[in-house]
Design a protein around this ligand. Structure first.
Ligand SMILES: Cc1cc2nc3c(=O)[nH]c(=O)nc-3n(C[C@H](O)[C@H](O)[C@H](O)COP(=O)(O)OP(=O)(O)OC[C@H]3O[C@@H](n4cnc5c(N)ncnc54)[C@H](O)[C@@H]3O)c2cc1C
Length: 657
């Protein structure tokens, strides 16, 4: 099959934008990976690259038309995903500038903030930071301790860092380039705390010197992403005018009177954070790009590299012809495809929901929950897969030149920033337990437990997402295991939906029981935390399969469709193989069926092996970004080379002698 056919489908709705960014990468020396730069030179290069991006359509896509942008959220996320192939420091640098700094002004600010700052954020005339995290509080943003106290006599807010625990930490763009920071702080007016709000605070003057009262420190060398200047910020009674408050969800009048369209403080807080969902989606997309790049390197290398000679063969064996090499790489490749189509679906939804800001609160919550769940599962897949790819390239994979060590180091923290994955999965569980109803927004964890406990069991189950799965499961359910074909997509969906429903209901029951026995809400929650995380994970696995299955269904090219269907089979069977203990324990798989799954994973690996090169080429990684390791594949190897060794004979004489 010609790769263009598969790529056209994989590139999807924003194919033209992907192609445009690929062309920019091919055309520009500045957008090539370079090794061995000092931190300072690396930061300077990344800044130069970011400035170059700011002159292109990629930057404009994210911003509204009224301020010189193109208002195309799906296009913007796709462009960022493609830029990530160049260098993840560049992706994070532009992500902080547009997605976080520009994004928070756009989402939490009002028209005067938009008019004053959006264009300058887009062109990078005003390099900005997103200063939320503090040394003492990362995941628990609601407990940050920087204060913004309103002084009515001077119509100003006083931004203050009470101690070192409350300094802003890890802030991208702070150590070197940022001139303004969107600072998250506890708003205090008239002596009353109003919860976390965001303030635009200048941190450097035109000449790059820290502003009065602002102290800045460099975080120094990191485990990766060293082209980004992460820093710490302290504020010593820094005054900013009243309109420095981004006041879409809470405003302060001249006299200090506070008003907000959202009365409940927790709900207001989650609404504010929820509008920043695009950053999370962007991180998942960038992680996937890194995974695709790593897979391309490892598969191509696997097709070139030979080790050990089979008895009687005139050539050594191509390593991708070893079953175990296929097993390491091909299920990971299938999962990368699955994540790709799920990510594509999420980007579509975000694009549709008026740029991620849906009018319907329940829909908005569902979107945020999906973004949180996919970010977690996808970035864990990234971390695992890049390590696998490194190992699959042996010693060559460990040379910086070949990019895998860089990808590993740079994506490592994707599981932590833009929301720690474990914390994000708890958000997913909360959404599932409340079925995204109105109560969702105003509940913290303890509130969630009380909510579940306050209802009779039937009502709890009625209100969880499990209930809406029930009918669906009944429709999909095979009469018996024997009747179910192991390759039937409906059977796959049934198994994953059944697990999700079962785990969710069991977690709700346990919570309720613990509370009925007089437990306190936190202890009850903590006792079932692992169960809640499993429910979230089961939910994401089911949703990802749905997206993949839907992509296969809508594919109009029969040959592409057949290939993707096989890839989807491998994705789901490898998942069932991984989790077969659970399905066996819960009577959903017999021992014989569990063994049949293993046999089928082996079979699919063998059958997809001839298509491995095609499947990675469809990701469209520009050759300019690949290094010598895999740049010139052995011309003697046709794309769909057949395995020449007789596998039935098993490994005989090609072990080390
Ligand atoms: C390179 C880099 C760049 C960053 N850029 C920015 C930036 O530009 N702006 C910004 O504001 N922030 C930034 N951050 C901060 C980042 O968002 C935080 O590191 C992240 O939110 C996690 O917070 P934490 O580091 O305090 O970890 P913690 O929240 O302390 O988590 C530590 C561990 O505890 C676990 N944990 C926490 N709570 C729970 C719980 N309830 N249940 C179970 N386990 C739990 C977590 O899973 C984790 O394993 C950046 C961080 C890094 C490393």
């Amino acid at each position: 099959m010609e790769v263009g056919r598969l790529r056209a489908f994989v590139d999807g709705r924003w194919a033209a934008i992907r192609e445009e960014v690929r062309a920019q990468i091919r055309a520009s020396e500045l957008l090539r990976p370079v090794d061995g730069l000092s931190i300072e030179d690396y930061r300077a290069r990344v800044l130069e690259q970011a400035r170059m991006v700011s002159q292109t359509k990629s930057a404009r896509l994210f911003f509204p038309r009224e301020y010189g942008g193109e208002g195309d959220m799906g296009g913007a996320l796709t462009a960022f995903e493609t830029i990530a192939l160049v260098d993840l420091s560049l992706l994070v640098k532009v992500g902080v500038q547009y997605g976080l700094f520009g994004g928070v002004i756009r989402r939490l600010g009002t028209e005067r903030h938009h008019q004053r700052y959006l264009r300058a954020a887009m062109t990078m005339e005003l390099p900005g930071c997103f200063a939320m995290t503090e040394t003492g509080h990362g995941s628990d943003v609601q407990s940050i301790r920087t204060t913004a106290t309103y002084d009515a006599s001077r119509e100003a807010f006083v931004i203050h860092t009470p101690d070192d625990d409350a300094r802003k930490d890890y802030i991208g763009n702070a150590a070197r380039d940022g001139r303004m920071a969107a600072v998250f702080a506890q708003l205090i007016t008239g002596g009353d705390g109003r919860g976390v709000h965001v303030f635009l605070v200048p941190i450097r003057d035109e000449r790059g010197r820290p502003c009065a009262g602002v102290r800045i420190e460099d975080c120094g060398l990191k485990g990766g992403l060293n082209g980004v200047d992460n820093g710490r910020l302290w504020f010593d009674q820094v005054r900013v005018p009243r309109d420095a408050l981004l006041d879409r969800f809470g405003t302060v009048a001249r006299d200090g009177a506070y008003s907000s369209p959202i009365a409940n403080e927790t709900r207001r807080f989650f609404t504010m954070l929820g509008t920043l969902v695009s950053g999370r989606v962007s991180v998942a997309g960038a992680g996937l790009s890194a995974t695709k790049l790593a897979m391309t390197i490892a598969i191509r290398y696997g097709l070139m590299r030979r080790q050990f000679r089979a008895a009687g063969a005139d050539q050594e064996v191509i390593i991708l012809d070893y079953l175990q090499h296929q097993r390491r790489l091909l299920p990971a490749l299938a999962t990368t495809y699955a994540m790709h189509f799920a990510q594509e679906g999420l980007v579509e939804s975000l694009h549709k929901a008026a740029d991620g800001d849906s009018a319907n609160e329940s829909e908005q919550r569902q979107l945020e929950t999906l973004a949180a769940g996919l970010k977690a599962v996808s970035t864990w897949h990234t971390t695992q897969t890049i390590q696998t790819c490194r190992e699959a390239c042996g010693g060559a994979g460990y040379l910086s030149l070949n990019r895998l060590t860089e990808l590993k180091a740079d994506t490592d923290v994707f599981t932590t920033f833009e929301g720690d994955n474990t914390v994000l999965l708890q958000l997913v569980a909360k959404g599932l337990l409340t079925n995204f109803r109105d109560e969702f927004g105003s509940m913290d964890t303890v509130g969630l437990v009380r909510y579940v406990a306050d209802q009779v069991v039937g009502a709890v189950l009625e209100r969880t997402a499990a209930r809406s799965l029930a009918q669906w499961i009944a429709d999909l359910m095979p009469g018996s295991e024997e009747e179910a074909n192991l390759l039937d997509r409906r059977y796959h969906l049934y198994l994953l939906a059944w697990r999700e429903k079962h785990v969710l209901e069991a977690a709700a029951r346990r919570l309720k029981k613990l509370m009925a026995n007089g437990g306190d809400a936190f202890t009850a929650f903590n006792a079932v935390q692992d169960h809640l995380l499993l429910a979230a994970r089961a939910h994401v696995d089911r949703v990802v399969l749905e997206y993949f299955a839907a992509a296969v269904d809508r594919c109009g090219d029969p040959e592409v469709k057949a290939l993707l269907s096989q890839v989807c089979d491998l994705y789901v069977l490898a998942l069932l193989e991984r989790d077969r203990a659970w399905f066996l324990e819960h009577g959903q798989l017999s021992a014989a069926r569990a063994k049949a799954i293993i046999t089928n994973v082996n079979r699919l690996c063998r059958e997809l092996r001839p298509h491995a090169r095609l499947l990675v080429d469809a990701f469209g990684i520009p050759e300019e970004l690949l290094r010598d390791l895999v740049k010139s594949p052995d011309p003697a190897l046709p794309l769909a080379r057949r395995v020449t060794t007789r596998w039935e004979d098993g490994p005989r004489s090609w072990g080390p002698s």
